[in-house]
Design a binder for this molecule. Structure first.
Ligand SMILES: O=C([O-])CC(=O)C(=O)O
Ligand SMILES: [Mg+2]
Length: 241
C-alpha cells in the first residue's frame, strides 16, 4: 500500500500549468513527460490532478474480442472502471491506436459517479458529443465511433504502461490543464509542486514586467537586479516599481 499523496501537494499541482510542471521535470533530467497529441474532450473541464490507475491494451483478435465478452462483468475494461478509486485518474494504454474507441459515455458516467478525477487515453473515445457536455476531465488522441473490441483487447490493470509514448507507473501523479496531460513520477510530486508554485510566482512578475515594456535582457531570465526587485515585491506587494 502506498502512502496517500499529501492533499496540499495535490492542491498546489492543481494551481500550476502543465508547461511549468514540464519545466520542473526537465530541470531534473526528465524530458518525456508530456502526452503529445492528447486533447481535452470538454474544454470547460480540463483541470485534473490525481494518481494514475492504469489499464493496458494489446491489439484485438477477431476470435477473442467479440461483443459477448461484455457479459462478463469482470472483463478488464469494466473491472478498471469499477476499480479506479475516487480522486484517481484512469490512464489507458491504447498504443496510440485511434481506429476504435477505448471508452464511451456510459462508462465515463460511471467514472464520474464514482468520484474519479478523470480519464486519459492515447486512443480514441466514442460518444464524443456526450463527453463534450460531461463534467469530467477527459483527454484522448481522437474520436472514433467504433467499439473498442474492434482494435483493443484490455489485459492488465495497475501495471506500468506507455500512454502517448510517456511511461506511466501506477500511482504516478497525472496533472492536466487546457494544454494537455503530464505525468509526474510519484516520488517527485512534492518537490515539483513546491518549485512549480515558486516558478509561477516569479513568472507572473516577469510577465507583468514584459507587459509593461521591459526588454528580455535582464528580465527573462531575470538578472540580479530584477530578482532583487522581485524579492522586494514579495516582501511588500504594494511597493511601487
Ligand atoms: O463500447 C464502449 O466503448 C462503451 C460505450 O459505448 C459506453 O460506455 O457508452
Ligand atoms: Mg456508448
Amino acid at each position: 500500500m502506498r502512502e496517500p499523496l499529501d492533499a496540499d501537494v495535490l492542491d498546489a499541482l492543481r494551481r500550476v500549468s502543465t508547461a511549468t510542471v514540464t519545466t520542473q521535470l526537465f530541470a531534473r533530467g526528465l524530458r518525456n513527460t508530456f502526452m503529445q497529441g492528447l486533447r481535452p474532450l470538454n474544454p470547460g473541464h480540463t483541470r485534473m490532478v490525481g494518481e494514475a490507475f492504469t489499464l493496458r491494451h494489446i491489439p484485438a483478435r477477431e476470435d477473442l474480442d467479440v461483443l459477448a465478452v461484455f457479459k462478463d462483468y469482470d472483463h478488464p475494461q469494466r473491472l478498471a472502471v469499477e476499480s479506479v478509486g475516487p480522486g484517481q485518474v484512469l490512464v489507458m494504454d491504447c498504443r496510440g491506436q485511434t481506429r476504435a474507441a477505448s471508452i464511451g459515455g456510459i462508462l465515463a458516467t460511471r467514472l464520474l459517479r464514482r468520484g474519479v478525477a478523470g480519464l486519459v487515453t492515447d486512443g480514441a473515445v466514442r460518444d464524443s458529443p456526450f463527453f463534450a457536455e460531461l463534467p469530467l476531465p477527459a483527454f484522448a488522441a481522437g474520436v472514433c465511433a467504433t467499439t473498442n473490441l474492434a482494435r483493443h483487447h484490455a489485459v492488465d490493470l495497475q501495471v506500468p504502461i506507455g500512454c502517448a509514448e510517456v511511461p506511466v507507473y501506477p500511482g504516478d501523479v497525472i496533472v492536466a490543464d487546457a494544454e494537455g496531460v503530464v505525468c509526474v513520477p510519484r516520488h517527485l510530486a512534492a518537490e515539483i509542486a513546491r518549485d512549480a508554485s515558486a516558478q509561477e510566482r516569479l513568472e507572473e512578475f516577469i510577465q507583468s514586467e514584459v507587459d509593461a515594456g521591459a526588454p528580455l535582457r535582464g528580465t527573462y531570465p531575470p538578472d540580479e537586479v530584477t530578482l532583487r526587485r522581485y524579492e522586494a515585491r514579495l516582501q511588500d506587494p504594494d511597493a511601487s516599481r
